[in-house]
Write a new protein. Structure first.
Length: 358
């Protein structure tokens, strides 16, 4: 019923307060420049880690419930396990119990060197780029491709590092640099980061009125400027053109990635949207019209409880209508990145690396 649908929207807003802001995209059909894939799969990403984990040990599983929310998050982050989708403390407790067998991760803070002709060895370090704190993961000091990934609401710049590690193994021996920026603002009322402030009462009213896609978030321009400046510095440092840059993000980070890609002076190599939705509709339509041929990979779960599937398909349809080449991966799941999405990302990056090597 209409009332039930409106109540479900209210539930979405309430859940978002404690979780990651994102959305699901559905493939309800195909167009001439959209490829839609539907999968039934288990989700494996994101699995993230804070770059400064607090040491927390759990000797017995029955002591897990006695830990504070902060301690539980620290324990998971220390072991490279994402808690971005954990809404309640019970979710954190369950996730900690499931992963208590994992050893703590160690993160090198000083880059290592790679000698000519040797096997490309991944290295991870921290860097400040255009004033933004970043985790950098690369397998060569002279990359042929740069991938910039923005985390979701309430997470941090360590959240997608495991994805980058997986990709470097899949792409080897192609030289690739991943840059994971930290949200430019501390999360209001939480311990993570955000790209711009979210007014949840306002979001609820916009959802009720069916106007969320039209809404332009206050602060999105500052986040865009920070990432555009970061991209300029990164490409200058690597000596690469914009066509060798992939702009990607998850949830709120996916919205930012879309906004950045549509405002860059030149087309990036690709845009990757992981659980992102259509917002800023009037502005994005205008910008997208001047970016025909933009290569896009988009994933969305049909059961996403945070940002609903139709909001994601609306973004897909807008980009497709504007002339973008969209590969859309729909999966039977929630607010996460599925195995099929990880595989699709690997294919995309591999194709860009092959183009680079030609």
């Amino acid at each position: 019923s209409f009332l039930a649908r409106r109540l479900s929207l209210l539930l979405v807003v309430v859940v978002v307060v404690g979780g990651v802001c994102g959305c699901e995209v559905s493939g309800l059909g195909t167009t001439t420049n959209t490829t839609t894939t539907t999968t039934n799969t288990t989700s494996v990403w994101p699995q993230g880690a804070s770059d400064e984990a607090v040491g927390v040990e759990m000797e017995e599983s029955d002591t897990v419930a006695t830990l504070s929310v902060k301690e539980l998050k620290a324990f998971l982050a220390e072991r490279g396990v994402s808690h971005a989708d954990c809404v309640e403390k019970a979710d954190l407790v369950l996730r900690a119990k499931q992963n208590r067998h994992l050893p703590p991760r160690t993160t090198p803070t000083t880059p290592t060197t790679t000698t000519p002709g040797s096997k490309l060895v991944p290295r991870q370090y921290k860097a400040t780029i255009n004033g933004v704190d970043c985790v950098v993961l690369e397998n060569s000091p002279t990359p042929a491709l740069i991938v910039i990934t923005m985390h979701g609401y309430g997470a941090n710049n360590g959240d997608f590092v495991p994805v980058g590690e997986h990709m470097l193994r899949a792409l080897s021996p192609s030289p690739v640099r991943f840059i994971f920026p930290n949200g430019i603002r501390p999360q209001a009322g939480g311990g993570g980061r955000e790209w711009w402030h979210l007014d949840f009462q306002q979001l609820f009213m916009l959802l009720m009125a069916g106007q969320l896609t039209k809404h332009t978030f206050q602060g999105i321009d500052a986040a865009r400027d920070a990432i555009v400046g970061l991209i300029r510095e990164a490409t200058k440092d690597a000596g690469l053109p914009m066509s060798k840059v992939v702009v990607s993000g998850f949830s709120q980070g996916a919205m930012l990635a879309t906004d950045v890609a549509l405002h860059l002076e030149e087309l990036p190599g690709a845009l990757v949207i992981l659980s992102g939705i259509l917002v800023c509709e009037d502005e994005w339509k205008k910008q997208a019209a001047a970016r025909k041929g933009l290569r896009v990979l988009q994933t969305h779960g049909t059961q996403d409880p945070l940002l609903q599937y139709p909001l994601g398909t609306a973004l897909r349809d807008m980009l497709t209508t504007a002339g973008a080449s969209v590969e859309f991966i729909s999966f039977d799941g929630g607010h996460t990145v599925p195995e099929s999405g990880v595989a699709g990302l690997a294919r995309l990056l591999q194709s860009l690396c092959q183009t680079t090597n030609q």
